[in-house]
Each structure stands twice: as structure tokens, then as C-alpha cells.
Design a binder for this molecule. Sequence first.
Ligand code: VAH
Length: 315
Amino acid sequence: MKKILITGALGQIGSELVLKLREEYGKDNVIATDIRETDSPVVTEGIFELLNVMDYEKMLELAKKYEVDTIMHLAALLSATAEAKPLLAWNLNMGGLVNALEVARECNLQFFTPSSIGAFGPSTPKDQTPQDTIQRPTTMYGVNKVAGELLCDYYYEKFGVDTRGVRFPGLISYVAPPGGGTTDYAVEIYYEAWKNGRYTSYIAEGTYMDMMYMPDALQAIVDLMEADPTKLKHRNAFNVTAMSFEPEQIAASIKKVIPGFEMDYHVDPVRQTIANSWPNSIDATAAKEEWGFHATYDLDKMTEDMLEKLKVKLG
Ligand code: VAH
């Protein structure tokens, strides 16, 4: 992996992954793309191109123009948005993925795209969900993620494309707020705690979900892409996680820093239904054994860093 094209570069993962890859591989070796331009450093401090991932010809043109050897496909609608607009989600999430895989096949590129714990459903074992288990998700996002995992396996087996991926848990970050996810409450709570000292959670007490701080997620992507391919038995969709918590636990962690913080609940039935269909905790043994995955942030260490960074960001 030396020269990388990234789709969805202004999204929650992309906004930080682009900056990390520019540091690791050099500014001229990271081509950030998204459907819009903003004043983000992703646009202003390196190579940026406008790209709608539904435009295969443009994606192919950019891959050839910059002579990339890797494509990281991040552009997608997240779970709650996908549930509100299921056909748009199918067309964008699957159409964009097929285009990116076709560009990777055509140009012989290494390929990364994230799956999610959303790829599991109510009939999946909920605690310490295994790497290989039943996947019958009941959301359009989950259907997209399972289909995406299978498609990436197919492009590896059939065309020899070096596809790799992880099943991300909820990702928590302070740079670009997430949009349209179910786990976003675990990001919003930090912003609200800092600004107002209180938060109303749309996810119910006792709802456990896997989570990870963004620095660990970014390192996992780099480590997987640089891993020895002969060691990868699973290749795509590795379970990765750092922690699993329910709203009361993240509130308690925040209270250690902001003693007066208060939380109450106003449950959103749509996102609660999605969250209920997902695991309580997943097992990341395969990722640890096959490419040395490890997380460095636990809940309290993440809370400390998030609130520090928001203090600077929000003043
Ligand atoms: C979502 N943040 O909530 C994403 C993620 C596991 C959750 O896929 O849709």
C-alpha cells in the first residue's frame, strides 16, 4: 500500500483517516475524494477530487490519473439513514461498492471497505459474537454489509483482488461528527456533556453495543492493510472492538470528569430497534491472531481524551 484513493473522505472515518495516511505515506500519496467540498484540511491540505461513487468512469479515471495502488471505499449511508431511505441505501451502498471493486479489479488495486457489527441480526449469538456465525440482519444497512462482505470475498476468490475489511463497532470521534448512525449517541453525549452538562439518550438504559475510539479504528485499518496476506484466513470483515457499554456506563465515565453531568432518556424506537438487533459484545480473536489487532483506549481513557479535545474544539 503506497498510493491510496479514498472515497467518502469527508465522513466520520475519512476525515481522520486521510490525515493519518498523509502523515504515514506522504501528502502526495493520498487522494481524498468526496461528493462535496468543504474547508476541511482533508480538502485544503492535500490532494482532493470531487467524486460521486455512483460514477464508475470518474472513479476509474482518478485511479489511473494518480496511479494509485490502493482504494479505501468509505462512502456509505449509515444504519438509521439507511432505515429511513432503504432503496437509496441499497443503490448507493451497493452501487458504490461494486464500482469501487470494479476499479480495484480493473487496475489491480489493494482494496479496503468497512463492514459493521450491523452485519449481525437478532438470531446471531449476542454475547462474544463469533467471527464466523449466523448473519440474518433485519436492517437495510445490515443487508448491505452482509452483501458487501460476500461481494468482497467473491472479488478475492474470482478475480484475485486483494480485498480486506473489518466489522467496525460504533466509532467515537471528535473531528467530524457522525451522521445517521445508531451508535451516534455515544458521540453526541460528549458534545452535550461539554456544552450543557446534560444529555438525553435516545438509546435505552441497559442497551449494550460494541464501541471503539477513532485512533484505534484508524490503526486497525493500517495494520490490516499492511498485514502479511498469507496469514489472513478471514481477509474481509474481521470482528474488531475495544469495549462494550450501555448508556449508564458512558455517563458514569463522563461524571468522573464532569461530576455534575446528568443524563435522562427519550428512546427513539427506530434506533432502539436497530440497536436491539445487534450484538451485546463481539469476539475479536481472529483479528488478534491473524494480524495482531489490539485496541489501546478503554472507556475512561477515551472519555478523558474526548473531553480534552472537545474543550479545545468547542472552547
Ligand atoms: C451506525 N456508526 O451506527 C454506524 C456503525 C456499528 C454502528 O455501523 O450505523
